[in-house]
Ligand binder design. Structure first.
Ligand code: HEM
Length: 195
């Protein structure tokens, strides 16, 4: 994406987040230095890291890492935002929407898991692995028939806007989204945008 475009997206995100103040986490990439050791916090640590909590959607009382719970919540909210975004929904996600429309949630559950795994690994989680398609294959209709058509840079910007909205719904602070999550996501643009 061109620099000016990136700036515009960041400005829009900044305005969108201006009113959000509730704290979701502490801070990011902090160095915690003692006399002989130095620990660098990952983005995953900033999202709550490995602290175990009850999984609110588990019916069997399963526990989940706080970092993963935060990321899964953002992922699920973002999927719902995208489902309502007429510039992306039918064009790219018609297979998924068709399934959900007929009360088949298997594709949704798999997408939620794969996206959550992906973001866990990308933010520095140590206890999860991503086993889905490569970013290039996931976003090429020839290798992933669930991808409606190839995405352009403008579609990518819309996707990031929807991700920011999903993060805002979960009270992720604007600083974290603007300075850490959005730049991380934009490192993947070259693999996702294929036209
Ligand atoms: C950096 C941003 C993005 C990331 C990290 C990402 C990540 C992923 C992942 C992990 C999957 C699942 C792959 C699998 O199941 O093996 C996926 C699927 C998909 N992505 Fe993306 N994606 C991004 C951007 C986009 C954009 C911009 C679009 C379209 C505008 C898009 C459309 C899709 C579609 C349609 C699927 C298939 C959904 C389904 O399973 O029904 N993604 N993406």
């Amino acid at each position: 994406m061109k620099k000016t475009n990136f700036k515009t997206v960041m400005t829009v995100l900044a305005i969108g987040f201006a009113s959000i103040s509730v704290s979701f986490l502490t801070s990011c990439s902090k160095s915690n230095k003692s006399s002989s050791t130095s620990t660098t916090m990952t983005l995953y640590d900033s999202l709550g890291g490995t602290t175990m909590v009850k999984d609110p959607i588990s019916t069997s009382g399963a526990m989940i890492e706080t970092g993963r719970l935060g990321l899964r919540s953002v992922v699920d909210s973002t999927i719902f935002v995208i489902a309502g975004d007429t510039s992306l929904n039918k064009k790219f996600f018609s297979v998924l929407l068709g399934e959900v429309g007929s009360k088949n949630y298997s594709g949704f559950e798999e997408l939620s898991k794969n996206l959550t795994d992906f973001f866990c690994v990308a933010t520095g989680a140590k206890d999860y692995t991503y086993s889905g398609l490569s970013m290039t294959n996931a976003h090429n209709p020839a290798t992933n028939p669930r991808m409606g058509t190839k995405a352009a840079a403008a579609d990518f910007d819309k996707f990031v806007g929807d991700l920011a909205a999903g993060a805002a719904q979960n009270k992720v602070p604007s600083d974290l989204v603007l300075n850490h999550i959005a730049p991380l996501v934009y490192t993947l643009e070259g693999q996702v945008v294929q036209k």
